[in-house]
Write a protein that binds this ligand. Structure first.
Ligand code: SAM
Ligand code: SF4
Ligand code: SF4
Length: 386
C-alpha cells in the first residue's frame, strides 16, 4: 500500500506511499543472529512471499500539503520535521540497499515526502546505479515525485542513472489541482515537468492520480484525454483509490471511488480491454485502450487489497524498516548501521525480520489485545478491502 510517509515512513500499494501516525520513534533495534549465513537471494516470509521491492524515503519534507497525505493542520509551522542528523546519509542508504539486493531485491523506489527536495539526490542515484543483483544485473531504480521540481531536475536525474519516474497528478484543472495540493501550486509546472522527463528519456513515465469522490473524480476523463493526446502511449496513467492514512486525514469510505467505477467511467468514453497481469506483486490492474491509444492502470488498494503477494518493504528517512503500510512498528536498521555492525550482521538481521513477517492483521490483533479498542476502526477499514 501506499505509502512513503511524510515522516519518512511512507507505505505503498503500488507506488503509493502513505503516512500513518507519527511513529518515527516506534522502532525496535533488530536482533542480529548468532550464526551468520550469507544472503541467498531466496528470502521468504511466513506466507512464502519473497522480498523484491524496496521503497526508500529520502526526506520527510514536502512542499505540498495534499489534504489526504500531509494536511496543513497537522503539518503546520509547529510540526517538527527530522533533523539532518537523523536522516540516513547517501552512503548509509546505498549500503543498506545493497544488503537488501543480496536478499533478492531488484527494484528500488525513491520517495518521501517529496524526494526531489533532498539535496543532491542525483548523487544518491548515481551510487545506487552501481549496485548489481547477485546475477550481475542492474537494478530497476525509480522515483515517485509530485513533479514540482522535475522540469529543473529531470536531466541530472537521468544522467545519474535514473531510468523512469512516476509523477503524482490529481487533476488537470488548475483550480482543483491548486486546491488539492493546498499550497496553490499551478498544474502547468507539473505538466512541464512531465514533458521534461519525456524529453530527457525517462521512460516509461507513470502518472498517479489519487481519486477522491466529490473532490477530483470529474477529472478522470479529462486527465485520461490529456495523456492520450499530449503525452502519447509511453505515459501510463494510473488511478489510485483514496486510502486511509491514519487519523490525520479524516478518511471516509464515501470518498473512495472504487476502481471498477473508474474503469466504467473511462470505458464509456474510451473503450477499454483488460490486459493480463504483469509481474507477481504488481499492484495495478492494467487496461488498454481498444483504439491503440495506450494503457491505463487502476490500483484498488481499498476495494481489492493485494497483500497475498506483497513483496515490498519500506525504509524510512531515518532508517527504520517497515514491512507493511499498516505496520506501526519499524525496525531500527540505523542503530545497527551507526553502531559498527558488519554487513554480514545487518544482512542477517534483515533476514530474520523478513522471515518473521506475517499477515498485515497480526500486528493489529496484538495491539488490540494489549489495548482493547485501539485498532477497531482500522481493522474495519482493512476488511472492506477484503
Ligand atoms: N511526494 C511524492 C508524490 O506525491 O508523488 C512522493 C510521496 S507520495 C506520499 C507517494 C504517493 O502516495 C503519491 O502518488 C500520492 O498520491 C500517494 N498518496 C498519498 N496519500 C494517499 C492516500 N491517502 N491515498 C492514496 N494515495 C495516496
Ligand atoms: Fe499494502 Fe498489504 Fe503490502 Fe501491507 S501487506 S503494504 S497492506 S499490500
Ligand atoms: Fe504527500 Fe502530496 Fe507531498 Fe506527495 S506531494 S508527499 S502526496 S503531500
Amino acid at each position: 500500500m501506499k505509502g512513503d510517509r511524510p515522516d519518512g515512513t511512507m507505505a505503498v500499494m503500488g507506488e503509493i506511499h502513505i503516512p500513518l501516525a507519527d511513529l518515527r520513534y516506534a522502532a525496535a533495534v533488530p536482533r542480529v543472529p548468532a550464526l551468520l549465513q550469507p544472503p541467498s537471494g531466496l528470502l521468504s516470509d511466513r506466507l512464502g512471499r519473497p522480498l523484491r521491492d524496496l521503497r526508500i524515503s529520502v526526506t520527510d519534507r514536502c512542499n505540498f500539503r495534499c489534504s489526504y497525505c500531509m494536511p496543513k493542520d497537522v503539518f503546520d509551522k509547529n510540526y517538527t520535521f527530522l533533523p539532518q542528523t537523523s536522516l540516513l546519509s547517501f552512503e548509509e542508504i546505498t549500503r543498506t540497499a545493497n544488503l537488501f539486493v543480496a536478499h533478492g531485491v531488484n527494484k528500488l523506489r525513491l520517495t518521501g515526502g517529496e524526494p526531489l527536495l533532498r539535496k543532491h539526490l542525483e548523487v544518491l542515484i548515481a551510487q545506487l546505479a552501481t549496485l548489481r543483483t547477485p546475477d550481475g544485473l542492474p537494478l530497476d531504480i525509480t522515483l515517485t515525485t509530485n513533479g514540482s521540481l522535475l522540469e529543473r531536475k529531470a536531466q541530472a536525474l537521468h544522467d545519474a542513472g535514473l531510468k523512469r519516474v512516476t509523477v503524482s497528478l490529481d487533476a488537470l484543472d488548475d483550480s482543483i489541482f491548486r486546491r488539492m495540493n493546498d499550497v496553490d501550486f499551478p498544474v502547468a509546472d507539473v505538466l512541464r515537468g512531465i514533458e521534461a522527463a519525456q524529453r530527457v528519456g525517462l521512460a516509461p513515465i507513470k502518472i498517479n492520480m489519487v481519486v477522491k469522490r466529490g473532490t477530483n473524480d470529474q477529472e478522470i476523463v479529462p486527465l485520461a484525454r490529456h495523456v492520450r493526446e499530449h503525452c502519447g502511449p509511453g505515459v501510463v496513467l494510473r488511478f489510485i483509490e483514496y486510502m486511509d492514512v491514519g487519523a490525520s486525514n479524516g478518511w471516509c469510505m464515501d470518498e473512495v471511488l472504487p476502481s471498477a467505477d473508474v474503469v466504467q467511467r473511462l470505458s464509456a468514453v474510451f473503450p477499454l480491454e483488460a490486459l493480463a497481469p504483469g509481474a507477481v506483486g504488481e499492484t495495478a490492474q492494467r487496461w488498454r485502450y481498444v483504439d491503440g491509444g495506450g494503457e491505463v492502470g487502476v490500483i484498488s488498494s481499498v476495494t481489492q487489497a493485494f497483500c497475498h503477494d506483497c513483496n515490498r518493504a519500506r525504509l524510512s528517512t531515518e532508517g527504520k524498516l517497515f514491512l507493511c503500510l499498516f505496520a506501526s512498528r519499524g525496525h531500527d536498521l540505523r542503530a545497527l548501521l551507526r553502531d559498527g555492525y558488519s554487513d554480514e550482521q545487518i544482512a542477517g538481521a534483515i533476514g530474520l525480520i523478513w522471515g518473521e513477517r506475517d499477515d498485515r492483521y497480526s500486528e493489529l490483533r496484538s495491539a488490540m489485545a494489549a489495548e482493547p479498542g485501539s485498532g477497531e476502526r482500522r481493522v474495519e477499514m482493512h476488511y472492506i478491502g477484503g
